[in-house]
Design a protein around this ligand. Structure first.
Ligand code: A4F
Length: 519
């Protein structure tokens, strides 16, 4: 909210144009892709996809499979999976895949302009009420899976680092001739920083940061309930549950670990057809390709019940992946290190508190007034006002009452944020009164008006957009407890509100003030 916008939209348009050009160049033809049964698969994997690591179900302890299977089935039975009404390039779509986010309390994860809020998994010093005991058990199973995948990831990265370690060893051998024992401690910092030892020091901290999964996004889809899945456009890999993409909003170079659980076909459904040409449409696969590269063949990796895969290091940046649908329902648990510097409850509460420090309450009368604000303060207060309204409250209520299904954890924090937002509405109205008083020099006043105006214009634009989204045909077609709520919303004549929901008149007033001063 604070630092994105036009640049990101421009990037998106550029990517889209590139994608269209690529598809045009391809015409009717299709690019090659390999599967494990194909000649050359292992060579291609080793050379172009080495940061993809697979772990077959058979290599994973049975108790992990048993607990995770039970967790998936419980969450499905309790109605905890929801299709998201996401926004791509200004248009709304319902995802074919249903999801639930589970993770550290107070954490959120944003994908396709949708902020999902974690159903908290049990961590020390948090008391969490789940709506049913079996949901509590499911969350416990998923944090245990998280710990298991974390350990496996560290091991996989350490194995991949062997090559780097070898380089360090070679360096040390070379250095031994110059009294190796003293060289590490005594060499100057410049030399030490240029040497491969720098890698060792950084690797420890980075390894932890890039593998400490703070949440998992669970997916569920039954392809037989989905009438119109898209076909994979470049390679002819068949129907997709999720199109080609990079996972968004992750800590740079962090791993994504995926546990995949596809339900098994009954013997009667499982009639082998004549050796099919491409990938088997009955089996779920993950597809991979090198981003913006049509020379390197793609990969389609079959995923049997309980298989795991790891996208290590920068694989998610350099490559794109898609999920190719099989015939039977499938769950997955995708463990991520979400980049949440602006995505935790702790963060937004602290921003609100900073903003509200500019509101003074008189001890005896309780009378509220604004402390003197310079342009920098106005910017902080009004940006936080927009951030809490559009990145938290509207995002939360757009998802209906879904979070109540599993836990009441978010009720109190959202109520607190709503109260802070109310106080910020008061601050905006007090600020408008101040500006109307003309107590500053012309230059100062103009600067303050411009600052406030641009943030109020953004507020108005986003309110219109959210109001439209909440009443779109797609939104209205969702089941009752998933229906988006446009909140906060109030009528023009609401006596409890200091400013109107529709800010057009305020914008006109501020524009006129600017014009008057400039004339
Ligand atoms: O085609 C899709 O995968 C899709 C369909 C839909 N109705 C809504 C969104 C998507 C989608 C998508 C969904 C989940 C996800 O984790 C990543 C996704 O990436 C995408 C997409 C990238 C649709 C288009 C696209 O380019």
């Amino acid at each position: 909210m604070k630092r994105r916008g036009a640049a990101a939209a421009g990037e998106e348009r550029e990517k889209d144009a590139k994608k269209q050009k690529l598809l045009q160049e391809l015409g009717e033809s299709q690019l090659p892709y390999l599967m494990p049964k194909d000649d050359g698969f292992h060579q291609l994997w080793k050379t172009k996809y080495s940061k993809l690591v697979l772990k077959n179900a058979g290599e994973i302890p049975q108790e992990v499979h048993t607990a995770v299977e039970e967790a998936f089935l419980t969450l499905l039975k309790c109605g905890c999976f929801f299709q998201d009404l996401v926004r791509i390039k200004g248009k709304d779509f319902v995802t074919p895949v249903s999801r639930i986010l589970i993770g550290n309390p107070g954490c959120t994860y944003k994908y396709l302009n949708t902020r999902l809020f974690t159903v908290p998994w049990p961590v020390e010093s948090y008391e969490i009420n789940y709506s049913r005991p079996e949901i509590s058990r499911a969350c416990k199973a998923l944090i245990k899976l998280n710990e298991y995948l974390h350990r496996e990831t560290v091991q996989a990265l350490q194995q991949q680092n062997l090559a780097e370690t070898k380089e360090i060893e070679d360096w040390a051998v070379m250095d031994r001739h110059q009294d190796y024992a003293t060289s590490i401690t005594e060499m100057g910092s410049t030399l030490r920083d240029q040497s491969p030892f720098r890698l060792l020091k950084n690797d420890c901290a980075d390894l932890k940061e890039r593998t400490s999964y703070n949440l998992t996004l669970l997916n569920y889809m039954d392809p037989q309930e989905m009438s119109s899945l898209k076909r994979e456009p470049y390679f002819g890999m068949g129907k997709m549950a999720v199109s080609w993409h990079h996972d968004e909003n992750l800590v740079e170079r962090s791993t994504v670990a995926v546990y995949s659980y596809s339900c098994e076909e009954s013997a009667t459904d499982n009639l082998e057809e004549d050796a099919p040409k491409g990938r088997d449409p009955a089996v779920w696969h993950v597809g991979l390709k090198v981003a913006w590269d049509i020379k390197t063949p793609g990969l389609a990796i079959p995923l049997r019940q309980g298989d795991c895969y790891f996208m290590l290091d920068d694989l998610n940046m350099t490559h794109q992946h898609c999920v190719l649908a099989g015939r039977q329902p499938r769950f997955s648990s995708t463990h991520r290190v979400a980049e949440c510097s602006q995505g935790t409850l702790q963060y937004i509460l602290s921003e609100c508190k900073t903003a509200l420090q500019n509101l003074h309450t008189e001890t005896d009368s309780g009378h509220l007034s604004l402390k003197p604000l310079d342009v920098k303060d106005i910017k902080q207060v009004e940006e936080t006002h927009n951030e809490v309204e559009f990145e938290w409250l509207r995002q939360f209520w757009f998802q209906g009452k879904r979070y109540r299904k599993c836990t009441d954890w978010w009720d109190e924090p959202i109520a607190a944020l709503e109260e802070f937002w109310r106080q910020m509405e008061l601050m905006t109205s007090l600020l408008l009164s101040e500006i109307r008083k003309e107590e500053h020099t012309e230059g100062q006043r103009n600067e303050r008006i411009r600052c406030l105006l641009s943030l109020i214009m953004e507020r108005q634009k986003l309110r219109e957009e959210w109001l439209t989204r909440c009443h779109s045909q797609l939104a209205e077609s969702l089941p009752e407890d998933e229906k988006p709520e446009c909140r906060p919303y109030w009528q023009q004549d609401d006596p409890n509100m200091l400013l109107p929901f529709n800010l057009e008149d305020v914008i006109i007033e501020l524009e006129n003030l600017l014009k008057t001063v400039e004339c």
